[in-house]
Design a protein around this ligand. Structure first.
Ligand code: F6P
Length: 549
């Protein structure tokens, strides 16, 4: 794709207008709500199954208009259309960015280098469905003829976080008679804990790696193969029944000893952190079954269609992206919290960390010129009620502005009954109470009116005016998960487009990988590593001493 002429963001009049608007200051959220009885209704969107309330943000109609002008001036929608068309918008790697093709309908026509990729996507989905069906039914047996009862996904980053997160989210939909584990860390303890109570004859390893060169994954997969062969009497041909691969690299997969028939393919136009609805989702598909997996893809597609077609003022990913820019660039917010009120979303924020921080943790523009504006935030958070008793204190009364997304559901999952089901209202009472407290706070007058001694009034006052988005859905279904993930994918896209950075490369992870390879011989063989800095040399020496103590 030809590089668009892109005047420096910080020199744009739309940027200056937002800075001026910020400098003017704004009434407290209490006053904004008091002055506008329709605010909650006006600042809310319904997209698919999601009800998105953005009324508790530090914005007015003017803020929104100025943000929209910035989006228009920076060509967000033009870049969006180029992405959906399959243009090579990942400029540093010269790749198309087509995770949206992974959930396109069978009859879609999406071309990369003149070839329609939709039939390939569906051929792999069909192959996955066939295999998943066989594992779930017991038709696919291990080397000794026993049925598979354990599935261990070995992968890291995008080849782990997506399936591991989605498995947790959709646990109530999973085949409970099967055990699923996710191994990512090159710390041998990870694989040890994942396999120590499993029978190799009943265990299937899914080696998930886009490149099939990632050292952590290949090391763990090699150790898993040894574990398997040790447990099954050393017969090499057992590998074919117990190992499958998910990758773009057929040559490396074959080189590892995995039968190419047992490889599920994807393509270089799927970024690792955008890949769990590709073949990388095989473990999830085995867990929830092909039909539920397709329901999830439908959810993704619903949000894709919304992002592609909804007008700017009602476009949820655009709005959420712009709100993040408002805080990160004009309010000096350094981080963004994602706080789900669902136990099943316990890994959701960890997943979003890679999605957001690997995409937008950049400091040069698409043409390599440095930015002089803030880019991606630190994304953090854990399930909300636990956070309330840990770090919410800082969000309520600390000195930092932490914009936060609250995600909750009206109904608990079907499996819950009796008292456990009834607990859901208490969970959600907390959900609503927190965004209320964050927005409206508690004034010193209100504290005094409660009879609080004067010396404690300041301590017990809540300033309020803390911005939150509330995302509410009926129930946490596969489709809702797809809608949520696509919402965040496109939000991250919007921000990268405005900041004029390449959201689809990840060069920042390379240096550490190269240095690890250089240092390793010093640790394993005691070899001298020329050119190590003094601090690392001293640390390596200390490590060697401690290792042999
Ligand atoms: O090191 C970063 C990274 O390249 C991620 O972007 C990716 O998701 C992860 O490593 C795993 O890569 P692979 O799937 O090729 O093993």
């Amino acid at each position: 794709m030809a590089q668009p002429e892109f005047p420096k963001l910080s020199n744009r009049p739309e940027w200056a207008a937002l800075a001026d608007h910020r400098a003017e200051g704004q009434p407290h959220l209490r006053e904004l709500f008091a002055a506008d009885p329709g605010r909650a209704e006006r600042y809310a969107l319904r997209v698919g199954d999601l009800y998105i309330d953005y009324s508790k943000h530090l914005i007015t109609d003017e803020t929104l208009a100025l943000l929209q002008e910035l989006a228009a001036a920076t060509g967000v929608f033009a870049l969006r259309d180029a992405m959906f068309r399959g243009e090579k918008i990942n400029v540093t790697e010269q790749r198309a960015v087509l995770h949206t093709a992974l959930r396109a309908p069978r009859d879609a026509v999406i071309e990369v280098d003149g070839e329609n990729v939709a039939p390939k996507v569906h051929a792999v989905l069909d192959k996955m469905a066939d295999f998943a069906g066989k594992v779930r039914s017991g038709e696919w047996t291990g080397h000794t003829g026993k049925r598979i009862r354990n599935v261990v996904n070995i992968g890291i980053g995008g080849s782990d976080l997506g399936p591991a997160m989605a498995y947790e989210v959709l646990r109530p939909y999973t085949a409970r008679e099967l055990t699923f584990r996710f191994v990512s860390n090159v710390d041998g303890a990870d694989l040890h804990e994942a396999t120590r109570d499993l029978d190799p004859a009943e265990t299937l390893f899914i080696v998930a790696s886009k490149t099939f060169t990632t050292i952590e994954t290949i090391t763990n997969a090699t150790s898993a193969r040894t574990w398997l062969l040790d447990g099954l009497g050393g017969e090499e041909k057992a590998v074919a029944r117990h190992f499958v691969a998910l990758s773009t690299n057929a040559e490396k997969v074959t080189g590892f000893g995995i039968d190419p028939d047992n490889m599920f393919e994807f393509w270089d136009w799927v970024g690792g952190r955008y890949s769990y609805d590709s073949a990388i989702g095989l473990s999830l598909m085995i867990a929830i079954g092909p039909d539920r997996f397709r329901e999830m893809l439908d959810g993704f597609r619903l949000m894709d269609d919304h992002f592609r077609t909804a007008p700017a003022e009602a476009n949820a990913p655009l709005l959420l992206g712009l709100l993040g820019i408002w805080y990160g660039n004009f309010h000096d917010a350094q981080s963004h919290a994602v706080l789900p009120y669902s136990h099943y979303l316990s890994k959701f924020t960890a997943y979003l960390q890679q999605l957001d921080m690997e995409s937008n943790g950049k400091s040069v523009q698409r043409d390599g010129e440095p930015v002089d504006w803030q880019t991606g935030p630190v994304v953090w958070g854990t399930p909300g009620t636990n956070g309330q008793h840990a770090y919410y204190q800082l969000i309520h009364q600390g000195t930092k502005l932490v914009p936060a997304d609250f995600i909750g559901f009206a109904r608990p999952v079907d499996e819950l009954s009796g008292e456990l089901k009834a607990q859901h209202d208490l969970l959600m009472a907390n959900f609503f109470a927190q965004t209320q407290a964050l927005a409206f706070g508690k004034t010193a007058e209100e504290v005094r009116a409660e009879g609080v001694p004067e010396e404690q009034v300041a301590h017990r006052t809540f300033r309020g005016d803390h911005p939150t988005t509330t995302i509410l859905a009926g129930e946490l279904t596969p489709s809702v998960l797809g809608q949520l993930i696509a919402l965040y994918e496109h939000k991250v896209f919007v921000q990268g487009a405005v900041w004029n950075i390449d959201s689809f490369d990840q060069w920042g992870v390379e240096l550490g990988k190269v240095l690890a390879k250089r240092v390793e011989p010093a640790l394993t063989e005691g070899a001298d590593v020329p050119g190590l800095d003094p601090s690392t040399t001293a640390l390596v020496a200390a490590y060697r001493t401690l290792k042999n103590a």
